[in-house]
Design a protein around this ligand. Structure first.
Ligand code: TYC
Length: 108
């Protein structure tokens, strides 16, 4: 809030009150999802979930088994740039280890 003071022709103070609404738009969030396949070893997926998504061993096994049994599962929810980076890390680690593991992101 600011008040600009001027005098009009009668010498009276004229106040102009300006109020700007605070800009508090929250960023969109994106789910990062792992897809099941028949070839990527379970141990690699568990390792990757700990390395990239900071899961502890127990949660990593749970997420891996969920993907294994359901075809797809959520690894985490992030802002756009973070989600993009996680997907790129998964795809690069899979490629380097010659696994067909696929990862994708989707707006929540
Ligand atoms: N289905 C794989 C196997 O039995 C394991 C696996 C789990 C692969 C999760 C990918 O996202 C995945 N070796």
């Amino acid at each position: 809030m600011s008040e600009d003071q001027e005098d009009n022709e009668n010498g009276q103070g004229v106040g102009v009150v300006t109020k700007t609404a605070p800009k508090t738009k929250r960023p969109s969030l994106y789910k990062v999802m792992l897809l099941n396949d028949d070839y990527t070893p379970q141990e690699f997926v568990v390792w990757l979930l700990q390395a990239v998504f900071k899961k502890d061993a127990e949660e990593a096994v749970q997420v891996m088994m969920h993907v294994h049994n359901n075809g797809v599962g959520i690894c985490g929810v992030y802002t756009y740039e973070v989600a993009e980076t996680k997907v790129a890390q998964v795809m690069e680690l899979s490629r380097r280890n010659q696994h067909p593991l696929q990862c994708m992101m989707e707006r929540e």
